[in-house]
Structures are given as structure tokens and as C-alpha cells.
Write a protein that binds this ligand. Sequence first.
Ligand code: BG6
Length: 511
Amino acid sequence: MSAPEEQSPEIVETPRGPASPCVLVIFGGSGDLAQRKLIPALYNLAEEGLLPEQFAILGVGSTDLGDHGYRERIESNIPGYLTTECDPQRWRWFAERLHYVQADLEDGEAYKALASRLEEVSGTFRTGARFLFYLATPPGFFQTIVERLGAAGLTREDRGWRRVVIEKPFGHDLESARALNAAIEAVLDESQVFRIDHYLGKETVQNLLVFRFANGIFEPIWNRFYVDHVQITVAETVGVEGRGRYYDRAGALRDMVPNHLLQLLSLTAMEPPNSFDADVVRDEKAKILQAIQPIGEEQVLHQAVRGQYGAGEIEGLGAAPGYREEPEVAPQSPTETFAAMKLLIDNWRWAGIPFYLRTGKRMPKRVTEIAIQFKRAPHVLFRGTGVHHLPPNQLLVRIAPEESISMRFGAKVPGPGLRMGNVEMDFAYANYFGATPATGYETLLYDAMNGEAILFQRADSVELGWQVIQPILDVWGALTPRTFPNYPAGSWGPWEADELLAQDGRAWRKC
Ligand code: BG6
């Protein structure tokens, strides 16, 4: 029952104008993230008329490049990363706003040079003294940059707003996340801090709020009386993609769960906020994280499963080496590339309803989805008909590869006699709104420029996320896994992950 191609939705719109004038300072300006995501996203915003005339970009990096060299570098790399056709006139407008300053990020003096460069650029482009600092650097620099910016007077808001966007990973565990928050709070007010979780830039993730709270029909059944359980899957076919050095220290649990998966969980499970004010929404999300039942260390073995891929084959991609054969990964690495867990939420809406989470690299398919499985209908109506098994209804929120929402229900198979089949009612974004040529960072950048914090993580949520997984980190850290590698690349993870649900009489959805 897919919607036919090119449906025209009835749009209820709040008009959007260009973002606030500012200079966007990108630390790590010539790095991977800036080139692959941030610059293309900014270009897309320019294409949509969402960047103001009074706007400039200042890349900061250790490479010796002048403005000219920076523009040249971006110009030669950008075509591979742009998601839209490059319009030469628009590009000229954009390119003349690109600047660069070389800096040793540890060196306090460099921030004085940065301050004077900012005076000059903001004067030329009449941005006022509004600066958005984007930390697209390795995490080891986050604290230093914030402290040095503060010491150079660049975070004071007396002449214009000053904001700092911080990428993930935010800390390595609960203790380091707390320490990083404390160091940041010593320099900045929370309203100046924008902690990124790029999952919140995804349309379907944002749509979860609209889907749940702008439609009256789902909320009455969105609770323990109707929902049997929830499954959240983030499966990737890729391995560590040249990031072995980072990943081998992080692992699947740290890399994906306290941030991306718990964001999905909190948006799925939160109570309706009484407004769309950023703090009101973030309060509700934080309450859900607080309500997650703490996993005692002795429960970790029953509620959490880890895995590491060995060599295998992925359909469509071919043979894949084992994790321990990846570059910059230790030959006997104990790092997990797969993590699954069962979480319970101690509140009235969800008491007793399990949320099963799983994420892994080198899975058979790339899939990110939230499946809400409803309780089975009572059987009575079909007595004596031969229909012995009523499959449960399922609501599926797909985030990748395609963005869609679908409802699975039973329908009568045409013809004499009573036979039932499972059918799906589908809403696919692309059918209604066309494919959006976006990197996923457009909304996040636009919102940060406008000081809209709803899609960013507050200090408390980041710490709560770590708090949820800390017991698992502790137990896994203390017990060396003896069975690694325990799943072949191209499979759905170790058998213990199936067992995790089987012990509750359930099974993972076949994605
Ligand atoms: C990143 C992780 O945060 O998210 C990566 O560090 C992971 O390991 C990526 O591959 C997944 O993002 P997406 O948008 O491709 O689902």
C-alpha cells in the first residue's frame, strides 16, 4: 500500500528566513568532517537562501594554507562531496566567504591572532561580533580550545552572541564526560554550548516528535497496555573505515549507544512536552534517561551482549577481513564491534516493557530502525476458522537507508475461506517530499546559528547517557572476552544476541 509517486502533502508551514549573521569558525577546518559534511551542508543552506549576506567562514587548522590555498583545497575536493549540482554564481558567493588561519591549537598566542583575524573578517562581511565556533577536531582538543577561547575573551557575549558546537565523542565514560562538562561550564554558559549528535539532524528522527505529538491517534496506544516491546537497530555493513585507531579504543558500545541509540530511545519513549521550547523537550528526554532501570553489574551478563566480527562475506560487498585484521587494530583486540542490550524504563508508561537495542559493524545490511511491536489481538474471533496464529502489529520507523514509517497489520487473503496475510501501510519520505539532497548537518548548523538548541544535547543528557552504560563498560572492561571473534562479517551478530530475546520468548525482527 505504498503511496503513489510524487504525492503532494498539505504543508502547514512556519516560514524560514536566513540564519543570524555570523562568522562560523571551524576548528579542524581542513579536516575530514569539514570537507565531507560541514562545507557541503553550508553550501546547501546557501542554495536554499538560508545563509545571510552577512556571513563568513573561517577555517582553523594546523596545515599551512592561506585563504587562497584553503579555497583551492575546498574547491578541488568539494565536487565529490556536494549533494547538489554546483551553481557557479552561488559558488562564487560562497567561496569569497571562505577564509583560513593556521594555528597551533595548544598555543594561547594563536587565539590572539584568531581574534584579530575575526575582527577583520567580521568587519568585511558586516556580521557583527557574532561567532559560532565549531569544534571539528579530535576530542582531545575540545577542552583546550574552549579554555583558550575563554582566555582570549572570545566567549564573552558583550558585543554579540558567541556559541560553541562540540562534536562527539563527548567523553570516554561517565567520569570523563563529567570532567569535560565541568571544564566547559567554567568558561561557557550552557546556553552557549551546542553538543552535536548527528542522529538528531536526520529527518525521520526529528519527525518522531511530530509523528507522536502532532497526531492524536498514536498517543493512546503508546504505552505498556498496548506495546509488547520495542526494538532499536542500528546495523552497518561498513567496518571501521580507516578509523581503527579511534575505534579500537572506543568500541561499539561507546561509539553508538550513549549517544545515537539512546537518542532514539528517548524520543520514542519520552512524555509529551508541553511546548516545543528546547529546554522543555530536553527535560522530557532527560527524564526518560533517568528512568532507565540501572543495570547492576551482576545483571550485565544477562542483559547485555558483545560481539566482534571475524572474516566473512557481505552480500553485494564481497569478502571482508576480520576486525583484528583491520589497520591500526590490535591483533588480539578485545574491542567489541557489536553490542546489544535490554533496557527497562521505570515509569508508569513503560513499566515492564523491554526496549531491546542492538548495533554492529559488518552486519548483512545497513538498517537503522525503531520497531514498536504491539501486543497480540485476542484470538477469540477466529475460533474454528483455521487462523491459529495472529501476528502482532508492528509500527516501523525507518531512518536508514530509506526514511519511512510503516504499519504492519493482518489482512484477509482474497478468495474463499479465511486466510490471513501480513501487509504494510507505508509512508516513504521520498514519495511525498522528494529526495532531499542533504548531508544531515544543514538543520543542525542552521539551528546553531539561530541559537535554537532543541536538536542539541544538554550537559545532563550526555552524562545520563554515559550513566546508563557505565556498568556495562565496567564489566566488559574487567572481563576479557574469551570467544572473540564471535560472529562472521555479514551475519546479525553472535548467537547470544538472539538468546537475549529468546529468553523472553521474543526474537529480533528480520530487517
Ligand atoms: C558515528 C560513529 O557517530 O556514527 C560511526 O562514530 C558510525 O562509527 C556512524 O559509522 C553512523 O552514522 P550513520 O549516520 O551512518 O548512521
